[in-house]
Design a protein around this ligand. Structure first.
Ligand SMILES: *Cc1c(COP(=O)(O)O)cnc(C)c1O
Length: 231
């Protein structure tokens, strides 16, 4: 059995098991296989094992990889998106996870109007409040959310976070809980559904699912160690 297929099966089993244990329907939890730094061949192997959703975080690599793979692949852009790259990324990305400022959301909306698309996005929240990280602070997002929800083109489907890394996933649980609480608050305050919570990676996706994740972004545990730095 090939390694990627075997690892995918293990991850799917773990997702189902933890979802059930948490009283959730495993079908509510989507798996984004983070293929950044891995070649198209690795993505193809995962597709042969039934995987469809893939995550990339660098525009150049993303643009090069997409044409090498079947149209059935569903691409998620999970990196920091620079404004001058929006036009290239929009037609290829089914979901943009890292919309980290109102300015970026407005720029995406304007370009989407020009090219005739209705991009689905997640707003990135810096739940740990670290100065150096991308993303809205929870307070900033509360203040900024209303106009973002009424953009004519951009479809805000939920929230995403990348908590600070920690060896013990339990140390990350409070950040996941905070993202979910923020989402629940925003849903109540804006009367808008925000169904997607993108949180959890190889080391902590089970805790994220217990705290309500609907999309987990798993790279290393499926594809192995990355070929190059992704920083
Ligand atoms: C690389 C990356 C992941 C996957 O991380 P792993 O620890 O390899 O599972 C998830 N989310 C984002 C935003 C990433 O950049």
């Amino acid at each position: 059995m090939n390694t990627i297929a075997a690892r995918l099966e293990i991850i799917r089993d773990r997702i189902s098991a933890v979802a059930r244990k948490a009283g959730r329907d495993p079908a509510e939890v989507g798996l984004v296989a983070v293929s950044k730094t891995h070649p198209a061949e690795a993505v193809r192997e995962a597709m042969e094992a039934g995987q469809r959703a893939f995550g990339e975080n660098r525009v150049q690599e993303f643009l090069a990889k997409v044409p090498l793979l079947p149209d059935a692949a569903q691409w998620h852009f999970i990196g920091h998106l620079q404004k001058n790259k929006i036009r290239k990324v929009l037609p290829l990305a089914g979901l943009i996870h890292g919309v980290d400022s109102s300015e970026l959301a407005l720029a995406i909306d304007r370009i989407a109007g020009e090219v005739g698309l209705f991009p689905r996005v997640l707003l990135e929240v810096n739940v740990a409040g670290e100065g150096s990280k991308f993303g809205f602070t929870p307070d900033d997002l509360r203040a900024a959310i209303d106009p973002l929800l009424s953009l004519p083109r951009v479809q805000v489907e939920g929230l995403m976070t990348i908590p600070p890394p920690a060896r013990d996933p339990e140390a990350i649980r409070p950040y996941f809980a905070r993202l979910r609480q923020l989402r629940d608050d925003l849903v109540r305050e804006t009367a808008t559904p925000l169904p997607v919570l993108s949180m959890g990676m190889s080391g902590d996706f089970e805790v994220a699912i217990e705290e309500g994740a609907t999309l987990v972004r798993v790279g290393t545990a499926i594809f192995g160690e990355r070929m190059t730095s992704d920083e």
